[in-house]
Design a protein around this ligand. Sequence first.
Ligand code: NDP
Ligand code: GDR
Length: 359
Amino acid sequence: MIQKRALITGITGQDGAYLAEFLLDRGYEVHGIQRRASMSNTGRLDKLLNNIPERHSQLTLHYGDLTDATSLIRLIKDIRPGEIYNLAAQSHVAVSFETPEYTADVDAIGTLRLLEAIRILEMQQDTRFYQAATSELYGMVQETPQRESTPFHPRSPYAAAKLYAYWITVNYREAYGLHASNGILFNHESPLRGETFITRKISRAAAAISLGRQDRLYLGNLDAKRDWGHAREYVRGMWLMLQQDRPDDYVLATGKTTQVRQFVHWAFEDAGIPLEFAGQGLQEKGYCRSTGRCLVEVDPRYFRPAEVDLLIGDAGKAHQQLGWHHDMPVRELAREMVAADIQALKAEPAWKHSRERVH
Ligand code: NDP
Ligand code: GDR
């Protein structure tokens, strides 16, 4: 049997780490593009690959960058992957308001650079392409639940860049016959989630406060609602899209939505420090304990210039055509994340827990 070969951009991120593990478990030779950083950025891969040396031999990391077309062409030419998963992105919505041009360069034009590399190398018939599209494309609520046919209305530079990436992927499918699919994924989280995204910011703070390592958690809009699933289950959906005879676009979501403030309550409950509302003006006063000590406060610094209020996805097409399903309820996800953060923080020296600004 010929060994399958995949290239993952963004392999050092949350999804990249889970996808690498998933593909290695299926016997793939996995290649990943890593950015140069002043400190190691492969921690998520170490965690997943440690103690299984056979996996290391099937995994190769290459330096490259989505802003550097020459590196992408060279790597695709040398590796000749049968599957390319484009997960690399400046993926933080709030940060995209501060770095809109860079976000567009990586998330929009970076996708074009990859597609063009495939075309220049005449590999349209030899490789399949997955694009990490996002529920942020829906932005302003037009219908719920959101599905493949729901109109897009991006609400951030990030979403606008991803909108270009979505359509250029569709275009290369239609124009050049490339097997290219968009996965319109709703939020998915895990203990490997970046520390500045809301679920992880909350789980890490709840853990740190319960261990006496942090005093307070500052958050922005507590009213936003998200459809949160587990990242491990979503990377299987990416792979399934590339195993189909025909390329297409699919929503992956749980079909349930949860308010940010609810996640806060669950996380602090799981950390053993349950919270109570501080009177009527919840947004203003935040959350306190019955002792009167307030642990969670709203800081307007974390409000976004434009917000996505409500996301709830309908993954009916993926269920029917891909056989994809999700199992982990969001309540259990919160529990897993808090438990993992408590364990990680206990193993970490107290001085390492910084109080720097986290989005
Ligand atoms: P992360 O932010 O955890 O990972 C992003 C990855 O992209 C990292 O490996 C990062 O490298 C890499 N990267 C960033 N900029 C560049 C660049 N210029 N060149 C090469 N690599 C770069 O994101 P997730 O794993 O959560 O998400 C994966 C993808 O899916 C992203 O495209 C995201 O926008 C999209 N998405 C995510 C959803 C979610 O809920 N997680 C939902 C829908 C879509 P480094 O480690 O060095 O920073
Ligand atoms: P999102 O995720 O913007 O949906 O994008 P994030 O976790 O950053 O925000 C979710 C919601 O929580 C509100 N919020 C805060 N968010 C952060 N990060 N920090 C805060 O302090 C805070 N307070 C309130 C936000 O306003 C928002 O409403 C994620 C990313 O992974 C994208 O790459 C991906 O495309 C989408 O999910 C689907």
